[in-house]
Design a protein around this ligand. Structure first.
Ligand code: C2E
Ligand code: CA
Ligand code: CA
Length: 695
């Protein structure tokens, strides 16, 4: 069962991790990848487009320079030189070491050359940048002037304007001076970038570098700009759509994670939240120095509340409890509704006492929700203290397990008696031992009955005035091959809880009836033996018949069997109880009330129950120093029993004074260590033979 739960929890944890991972990283990573891809594609496209345009423009210039180079290469004759060096071509010829061999026009090359790898469109060429960037072009005649030499263009003549005459007169027609390298061609602005292109000549022995003009039509540039902007806008739209998608998917996933952690009944946190977030929190460095209480808190009688009202009201109550608890928490604490009426809490406390104080405060708040009902809580607490290393320094609780801690809290809570009262129990290792013991006992119980490992011990009851043996009580002992000799205090409460007690009572009754029948046959001087019948039996309406049949099967006379009922059994169903007692008496059994005076008020039951024997609880004879008040109660109880026609048995009597007192008060029998402890069969047999107490 436990293992199954563990597996389920692990599965849930994995599922949670998956949901969480998918939510954020999936979307973010796919967004980033797409963004990078789009940016790369866009840049490459624009770059290729620009290079293509540039290369096709350069191609003409390259061809021109190559032709010039070929002319230069063609020969050293003066005709060629006359053509080349006609003043229209600016070029230089360099030897392999870069030394200038020949210059025509002005060499305005900048330092270089720079390699331009336009291999897609052109050969690999050397390009020199030109230093004359700032030249003016005068429109119409396209007269090129250098910066600083401003010309007036009058008629066909260009007239230099002095530096202080830079403002041209209004009347000077046809003159427009553009800054930068711009000029106009057929009414379109052209931007010019002069540069030098070098070509190998004479099998690479020399280089021919000619001045080229790389000009861009503004219309083309404008078109290019528009295309770029359109592409950029489209890409931006794409990216924004994607971003919106990513954000909305993250929001959706956050909601899913929220649902994963939401408790449908209280609308607060659920067990998964507590398990995962609580564990993460307590493992953190900033929680390491603090002490925490991991708490399992259960509302008592939740089912009854639902029966009295409705399931809906019950769930509303759980919601109110959750809210009350939640409101009382500090940021270092948390709360979750786990199952049914179970709540899980983490409280920041200093020690066990402060944990209890906090919890009592919380419970008293909860009580305020519904004054008409008694809202009680059963609470188990596991204290999580700071972890220390070998040198006594506080370390992170790296391997802290919420499963284990909460399980400890549940173990502590499960150890609490089943009552209507609020109770808080702090977990300690002893509880684990108890839990283990409980499991072992439950595992072995059937086998123990089959193998007759349970032994009947008899504790004699003597008349305190005459010391005559008047009866005995059958008390169970377990001689287990696994655990050795086990007293009933260690297993009867377990059987009472798990229901196996009915088997045990049948077992004991059968064995006692069998013993009595054998002793009868063997001619012993017999006295009645009482057998304990647990309250768990009283759900069976034919209990009296079952007892009769069991005793009859062994052939023992009914008057040799007494049935002990515990006081608490009288609470459950009074009518059924009275019927059963009546029937038992009809069949000739004696019926006694066990543990009279322990805990429950029982005077009322005495009034209605037709009982034969009253067994005064051992508590009356334990301790002293009550100014004789105990004796008064005992003496009055005996008188009460006498007037109701009942015999009395005093249990747990250990000292002579008590025996004398009880004898004087008219108590009929004493069952206590003073006379005898519970004993195995053969010892009891010799007690029967004797007939008198030997004290
Ligand atoms: P009980 O029915 O009240 O049994 C009396 C218990 O008091 C016995 O403990 C007995 O040994 C003990 N006792 C008797 N005289 C003295 C004394 O002078 N001093 C002290 N200190 N103790 C004395 P035991 O046998 O350990 O049984 C404990 C309880 O276990 C019983 O309480 C009874 O509730 C339950 N039990 C024992 N055997 C059976 C059984 O066969 N069936 C059921 N249902 N319960 C049983
Ligand atoms: Ca008893
Ligand atoms: Ca008793």
């Amino acid at each position: 069962m436990e293992q199954k739960n563990d597996r389920k929890r692990d599965k849930n944890r994995l599922l949670y991790k998956k949901v969480k991972k998918a939510s954020f990283w999936g979307s973010i990573i796919s967004f980033i990848i797409t963004m990078i891809m789009v940016a790369v594609i866009m840049t490459v496209t624009l770059w290729l487009f620009a290079s293509y345009v540039a290369a096709s423009k350069l191609q003409n210039e390259y061809d021109r320079i190559e032709n010039l180079a070929k002319m230069y290469e063609a020969g050293d004759n003066s005709v060629v030189h006359a053509v080349l060096d006609n003043g229209e071509n600016d070029y230089v010829v360099l030897d392999s070491s870069g030394q200038k061999l020949h210059t025509s026009g002005t060499d305005t090359r900048m330092e270089g050359p720079e390699k331009a790898d336009l291999s897609e469109f052109l050969k690999n060429v050397d390009i020199y940048r030109d230093s004359e960037r700032n030249i003016f072009y005068v429109s119409e005649g396209r007269l090129r002037v250098n910066w600083g030499e401003v010309f007036k263009y009058i008629g066909n003549e260009a007239v230099e304007i002095q530096a202080d005459e830079q403002h041209l007169n209004d009347g000077d027609e046809y003159i427009t001076v553009y800054s930068d390298d711009d000029f106009y061609e057929n009414g379109t602005k052209i931007i010019n970038f002069p540069l030098w292109i070098a070509v190998d000549v004479k099998d690479g022995a020399e280089k021919f570098a000619g001045k080229a003009s790389f000009s861009v039509n503004v219309n083309d540039l404008f078109l290019f700009g528009i295309v770029s902007i359109i592409i950029i806008v489209l890409v931006l739209i794409l990216l924004i759509t994607m971003l919106v998608n990513v954000i909305s998917s993250i929001v959706r996933q956050i909601r899913i994670v929220g649902l994963f952690f939401e408790d449908p009944i209280t609308k607060g946190h659920n067990w998964m939240y507590f398990l995962i977030r609580g564990e993460q929190y307590l493992r953190k460095g900033r929680a390491a120095r603090d002490t925490y209480a991991v708490v399992n808190m259960v509302l008592v009688n939740y089912r009854n509340y639902c029966l009295c009202h409705s399931v809906e009201d019950g769930e509303k109550l759980l919601g109110s409890i959750y809210n009350k608890v939640q409101r009382s928490l500090s940021p270092k604490e948390m709360c979750a509704h786990t199952t049914a009426s179970n709540f899980a809490l983490i409280l920041n406390v200093s020690d066990e006492d402060s944990a209890k104080r906090r919890l009592y405060e919380i419970i008293s708040d909860i009580r305020g929700i519904d004054q008409e009902h008694k809202l009680s809580m059963k609470v188990g607490v596991d204290i999580v203290r700071p972890w220390l290393d070998a040198k006594g320094r506080v370390v992170k609780r790296k391997s802290f397990s919420m499963d284990t801690s909460y399980n400890n809290a549940c173990t502590a809570r499960a150890s609490i008696e089943d009552t209507d009262e609020t109770e808080i129990v702090i977990f300690d290792e002893k509880l684990v031992e108890e839990e283990k013991w409980l499991d072992m006992v439950q595992e072995k119980q059937e086998q123990a009955v089959r193998n007759e490992e349970f032994q009947v011990y008899y504790q004699p009851k003597y008349d305190p005035r005459t010391n005559v043996l008047r009866g005995a009580e059958a008390l169970i002992r377990w001689e287990s091959p696994d655990f050795g000799f086990v007293t009933p205090g260690r297993f009867i409460p377990i059987f009472e809880k798990n229901g196996f007690i009915t088997e045990i009572d049948h077992y004991m009754l059968t064995h006692v009836a069998r013993d009595q029948k054998r002793w009868l046959d063997e001619g012993y001087n017999l006295v009645p033996v009482s057998v304990n019948v647990s309250r768990a039996h009283f759900v069976e309406s034919d209990l009296a018949e079952q007892i009769r049949d069991m005793v009859d099967r062994e052939g023992a006379p009914h008057n040799l069997i007494e049935i002990e009922l515990t006081e608490s059994a009288f609470f459950d169903d009074k009518k059924a109880m009275i019927d059963t007692i009546r029937k038992l008496k009809e069949y000739g059994f004696t019926v006694s009330m066990d543990d009279f005076g322990s805990g429950y008020s029982s005077l009322n039951s005495l009034k209605d129950m037709p009982l034969d024997v009253l067994k005064l609880d051992a508590d009356f004879f334990r301790g002293s120093g009550d100014d004789g008040r105990g004796e008064i109660v005992v003496s009055e109880a005996i008188k009460l029993a006498q007037s109701l026609n009942m015999r009395t048995v005093a249990e747990g009597v250990e000292v002579k004074d008590q025996v004398d007192f009880l004898a004087a008060e008219g108590c009929d029998m004493i069952q206590g260590y003073y006379f005898a402890k519970p004993m195995p069969v053969h010892e009891y047999e010799s007690r029967m033979k004797n007939g008198f107490a030997t004290v």
